[in-house]
Design a protein around this ligand. Structure first.
Ligand code: GCW
Length: 733
């Protein structure tokens, strides 16, 4: 195109100046159109508002929203209105008129029930009570007019976003009747962002928070961040790394935090900070940080008052204590409840909360690492303040490609408890592997704890329906950074989206979420949506296959966690791979049955028996719970060794299949995103083979069995793989 333009220009110049000018202009115009139609950098996420593809439907929509009645006189409502304007004009190709309600059809009426009589008449008190503070109602009423209503302005904003999403997905507005509200209260991203802008386990560039230029420079990106979050109902952000730096609590930084909080407020997003337990010592030279020491308690109360003087709606603290070198109440022989309660008392007068992490383990405790959190927290169940919520990783180890659900879900009945999922792909190929994580989240949420009989799912244990907790929530460790497309991998955006949707409603299915996301992010064309949905839905299992099939875990490279490292040894045992797979020439796996560490004993019956019995243990958790002889026959009839080899190989084949499937889709995606995903899938396939070959060669030194027919034989040697030493990996310091 560009060459054509240059050639043409040359010939035109010798002829006539005017023609040259016009032609050049026209060619520029064409060039612009071509580029804008065929290249997208992914910045717009699922908020692209592409023109409605179905022309008839577009006409119908235009008639349905000809005139919009919406008195937007606060920052939140203005944000909603501006989103609506942008969204509708881009999708429908016309500017809807904002006016009073007309007598004709085609009115979209947006407001609280008190704002418009017609809204009051068309909503029931009961349904309004049911949707509480953040829910909304979208409804087509008589005259075919449409209403968006809620009890609060934030609910209206959420309603507007949902309305726009319906149009983005080209779903009918006729007969519209959506009554929806979030099932959890605190839906929060955790940024593991350091004050120097590096991001722990971040693979999409640097931290969005430009601390150096804040509070004066407000990067427009902060607003887009808030829009994206609000569009899926995320209402909290913990700005700083859980491996905390006390400096964030000093006035210089609080000014900056305030600036961010001011940007996020209209979008219903509260700001939270990580509290370093030893902050009183580090910032003000107190001799101790003992939670029962009145001076320490006083210090935190004053600190809370100070923070609230900057940010009146500050959300509260997120704390990692007594874990991986972080200070905590154990330093003073106090327990977690005593530590958490001290902070909770400091923020309580202002309505703040404390999210206290349960990710604790100690190399000096001889107990199986996966049991330690349960052992520490169960004895203090019921001892936490009402404004404390325990934040528990989905599984008992550490965000592995697959783990059974954490036994604290369904274990702690008298404590507020929220799951923490990792959105950033620390153990799942960083931002170069396409791994759609909704199936992982869903698997955990749908696991049955059996605490109150069958159907006591994790979802019910965390949304208050099983134990009646007053404070509920869900946290996701963010995968966002300064990369232009936010998440590094364009499909990483789906994991951010999926987290938000599941935090809002933990009962949603992965397929539905994928379908929504694909349609808004790429196209509604079935020829694209169908294969991409399949790719996404199988991608997590694919990653499990080529990384850690059959319940293997923690066999990644040390430190940065990129690539395979089943041989990792020679450091504190709970940070090695050999501690977890325990391979010998006879068998492999971690015995967590009653004969072994008895981690199964932390689950309710019949789950404990099911996991504890090699015959009934689901094969995907086999080596997590059992030591299994290499020649043990699995359900497929294959020996363990053969099955392991087949699964690794299958993972590679599936990665290849994703690549092939994507290669057929060039016609439906803009060139830029198409090519980028294509290159990333190439990396993924290569790395899948790396995992397979390295792991099979290594485990073969124990099994001493041949790699079965049908499995590609490694070309390189084990020594080669063990010699790979990747330096300067992102996200690792
Ligand atoms: O998975 C591990 C990570 C650490 C992280 C820790 C945690 C923030 O490797 O980088 O520290 O989990 O969750 O606290």
């Amino acid at each position: 195109m560009f060459c054509f333009f240059l050639l043409n220009q040359k010939t035109i110049f010798v002829n006539n100046y005017k023609i040259c000018y016009m032609k050049t202009f026209f060619l520029f115009f064409l060039l612009f159109c071509t580029l804008s139609a065929f290249s997208e950098d992914g910045y717009d996420l699922w908020l692209r508002y592409a023109p409605v593809e179905n022309v008839n439907l577009q006409k119908t929509y235009r008639n349905q929203v000809k005139s919009i009645a919406f008195n937007a006189n606060t920052p939140t409502l203005e944000a909603a209105k501006s989103e609506l304007k942008t969204g509708l004009s881009k999708m429908l190709g016309f500017q809807p008129e904002f006016a009073e309600i007309t007598n004709n059809t085609g009115n979209l009426i947006i407001g609280l029930p008190d704002n418009f009589e017609v809204i009051k008449e068309n909503t029931g008190t009961e349904e309004l009570n049911d949707i509480s503070r953040e829910g909304f109602i979208l409804r087509q009423i008589e005259n075919n007019n449409l209403i968006i209503t809620s009890n609060t302005e934030i609910g209206l904003l959420y309603g507007v976003f949902r309305f726009l999403q319906i149009v983005q997905q080209e779903l009918p507005l006729s007969g519209l009747n959506v009554v929806d509200s979030p099932k959890t209260q605190v839906r929060i991203l955790n940024h593991w962002d350091n004050l120097n802008r590096t991001v722990e386990r971040g693979y999409a560039g640097f931290s969005l928070w430009d601390w150096f230029r804040l509070p004066d420079v407000i990067d427009p990106r902060y607003i887009d961040y808030a829009r994206a979050n609000a569009s899926i109902g995320i209402n909290g952000t913990a700005l700083t790394n859980v491996n905390a730096n006390a400096q964030i609590l000093t006035p210089v930084y609080l000014e900056k935090v305030k600036a961010l909080a001011d940007v996020f407020r209209p979008y219903g997003i509260k700001v939270y900070l990580t509290a370093r337990f030893s902050a009183p010592i580090e910032l003000d030279n107190l001799p101790v940080a003992d939670p029962l020491d009145p001076l320490v308690q006083e210090w935190w109360k004053k600190k809370a008052a100070e923070i609230y003087s900057y940010i009146p709606d500050f959300g509260g603290f997120l704390v990692k204590a007594d874990s991986e070198g972080q200070p905590g109440p154990h330093n003073y022989n106090r327990n977690h409840a005593e530590g958490a309660n001290m902070l909770a008392d400091a923020v309580a007068p202002y309505g703040g909360i404390v999210m206290w992490r349960a990710f604790v383990y100690d190399q000096h405790v001889p107990e199986d690492r996966t049991k330690q959190a349960y052992n520490e927290f169960m004895p203090v169940d019921g001892e936490f303040r009402e404004n404390v919520i325990l934040q528990v990783k989905n599984g008992p180890l550490d965000f592995q490609p697959r783990e059974p659900f954490h036994p604290l879900f369904g274990g702690m009945e008298k404590t507020n408890i929220m799951p923490e999922f990792q959105i950033t792909q620390e153990y799942l190929g960083f931002s170069t592997h396409l791994v759609y994580l909704a199936p992982l989240y869903e698997e955990c949420l749908q696991s049955d704890t059996w605490t109150k009989g069958e159907g006591s799912t994790v979802a019910k244990a965390i949304d208050g329906s099983l134990f009646g907790q007053k404070l509920t929530g869900m946290a996701g460790v963010s995968n966002i950074g300064t990369d232009r497309n936010w998440t590094g991998h364009p499909f990483g955006q789906a994991n951010w989206y999926a987290f938000g949707r599941l935090a809002w409603n933990p009962y949603l299915g992965s397929r539905k979420i994928a379908d929504e996301w694909i349609k808004m992010t790429f196209t509604k064309n079935h020829a694209f949506v169908e294969p991409v949905t399949e790719m996404m839905l199988t991608s997590r299992e694919t990653a499990v296959n080529y990384m850690t099939p059959l319940g293997l875990h923690h066999i990644m490279a040390a430190g940065h966690h990129h690539g395979p490292g089943p041989w990792v040894d020679g450091r504190r045992p709970d940070w090695t791979a050999v501690y977890y797979h325990r391979a010998t020439s006879e068998e492999i796996g971690f015995d967590r049955t009653p004969g072994g560490s008895n981690a199964v004993g932390q689950y309710h019956q019949p789950v404990a028996d099911k996991f504890g019995n090699i015959e009934t243990c689901p094969e995907e958790y086999l080596l997590w719970f059992h030591r299994v002889p290499w020649d043990y026959r699995l359900k497929s009839g294959n020996t363990l060794w053969d099955e392991m080899a087949f699964r690794y190989n299958q993972g590679v084949n599936e990665a290849l299949a994703m690549q092939e499937s994507w290669n057929l889709l060039a016609d439906y995606v803009d060139g830029q995103r198409f090519k980028y995903v294509q290159s990333l899938l190439e990396i993924q396939t290569k790395e899948a083979a790396w995992w397979r070959d390295a792991c099979l060669l290594y485990f073969q030194t124990f099994s001493n069995m041949p790699i079965p027919d049908g499995v590609e034989k490694p070309v390189k040697t084990l020594e080669y793989f063990m010699g790979i030493n990747e330096l300067y990996m992102p996200g690792h310091h």
